[in-house]
Design a protein around this ligand. Structure first.
Ligand code: TZP
Ligand code: MG
Length: 209
């Protein structure tokens, strides 16, 4: 999962998404934080529509971060909720049947709650230290995913936080089904396409895809 908002993409978000798609991402989470964004309401919706279209044309899931109303308006494939965002149960009532709902979790209890409430996947992190997110929870590392699996969590897990190609294996080995990254794609020294390729290769060798 490639996660990004305009502020994360020095090369431009649409160009970066297109490169990431070429590099093999399978989902995109649009994380345009209102606190960081200079976009006006109509610009936000227009950008969202263009990003969704790019994803649709390339068979990539389009997931909106935080904002259930925006996800509904854009007819997104899904929404990703933090612990401080709208409750999963409420979001489920507002969104069309079949909409993917993901939730960020930081400990076993939150994961159990999210699964009980019917999350389609959970984000687990931060796996490693990262400068990308300012209000970062304490880093526990891939062992948190092992603890969740031992506690019986069955829902798909996406590890997030400070993940780059060399850190994919410990995360999937711990029990994650995938990884979510910002910097390793959006700011890759090799460019977004190659950044995504490097991560894809690690996942492919783990799953022997
Ligand atoms: N949630 C936990 S860590 C993080 C988010 C959104 C930032 C991930 O960014 P990066 O650059 O992949 O570390
Ligand atoms: Mg949030």
């Amino acid at each position: 999962m490639f996660v990004a908002g305009s502020v994360n993409c020095p090369q431009g978000i649409e160009e970066t998404l297109m490169s990431a798609i070429k590099g093999g991402i399978t989902s995109f989470q649009w994380r345009e934080k209102t606190s960081e964004s200079t976009l006006k309401e109509n610009e936000r919706i227009e950008l969202g529509m263009r990003l969704k279209d790019l994803c649709r044309q390339n068979d990539i899931l389009f997931i909106v971060n935080d904002d259930v109303q925006l996800a509904a308006q854009l007819e997104a494939d899904g929404v990703h909720l933090g612990q401080e965002d709208m409750s999963l149960t409420k979001a489920r009532k507002l969104l069309p049947v079949g909409t993917i709902i993901g939730q960020s979790t930081h400990n076993v209890e939150e994961a159990l709650d999210a699964e009980y409430e019917g999350a389609d996947y959970i984000g687990v992190g931060p796996m490693f230290f990262t400068q990308t997110k300012k209000d970062l929870h304490p880093v526990i590392g891939p062992s948190l995913i092992m603890d969740m699996r031992r506690a019986g969590i069955k829902v798909p897990i996406v590890g997030i936080g400070g993940i780059h190609a060399e850190r994919v294996t410990p995360v999937v080995k711990a029990g994650a089904d995938g990884v979510a990254v910002i910097h390793a794609i959006a700011s890759s020294e090799l460019g977004a396409e190659e950044g995504a390729v490097q991560i894809y290769k690690q996942l492919a060798s783990w799953y022997e895809m």
